[in-house]
Design a binder for this molecule. Structure first.
Ligand code: PRP
Length: 184
């Protein structure tokens, strides 16, 4: 039976929450520059939307931190595939993630960035799966806490597919799953 995406969070629900998160972050960082560091690839859409709701003068940076292996489960090992091009020393830094699952990626990234002596370092994630946590991570801004379902869309993939869905969907083997159109 083929995998099919079933809508879990609609584009409208996501946009409403992202706007709220942007307003909260703007209030908490009255002065810039705020360095928004996004973790590729999954967070690219969240970064684009969240950053436009942040009124604090911000700078946009990208890093690549990837789990080894592909498929529905992570092997627990991570590697840097793209480092920052700039120094963050003395600056406020907010890591923008699409999902915190085991916490392995963010534990690694927090340790790495802390060594570069930012003025402050915090995390914003659209999705949080607390049930899956293997490493404790302090996340300052959470869009949605979700159960242990495999989700795709709005930047999240399964084997590189589904990133361009506007909704966040659960990947299901249910043959009756609702079809989801790209860009709807
Ligand atoms: C995903 C996601 C996070 C990480 C979270 O990235 O974007 O970076 O996994 O999982 P963890 O809390 O268990 O470490 P992935 O490695 O799938 O790469 P991608 O963003 O390119 O899809």
């Amino acid at each position: 039976m083929a995998l099919a995406p079933r809508v879990f969070l609609t584009a409208e629900q996501i946009q409403k929450r992202v706007r709220e998160m942007g307003e909260q972050i703007s209030a908490n960082y009255p002065e810039g520059p705020l360095y928004l560091i996004s973790v590729l690839k999954g967070a690219f859409i969240f970064m684009a939307d969240l950053s436009r709701h942040i009124t604090t003068p911000s700078r946009i940076e990208f890093m690549g931190i990837s789990s080894y292996g592909r498929g529905k489960t992570s092997s627990g090992e991570v590697k840097v595939t793209k480092d920052l091009d700039v120094s963050i020393e003395g600056h406020h830094v907010l890591i923008v993630e699409d999902i915190v699952d085991s916490g392995v990626t963010l534990t690694y990234l927090m340790n790495l960035l802390e060594q570069r002596r930012p003025k402050s370092l915090a995390i914003a994630t659209l999705l949080d799966k607390p049930e899956k946590r293997l490493r404790p991570v302090q996340v300052s801004y959470v869009g949605f806490q979700i159960p242990d379902e495999f989700v795709v869309g709005y930047g999240l993939d399964f084997a590189e597919d589904y990133r361009n869905l506007s909704d966040i969907c659960v990947l299901t083997e249910d043959a009756d799953a609702a079809g989801v159109g790209v860009g709807d």
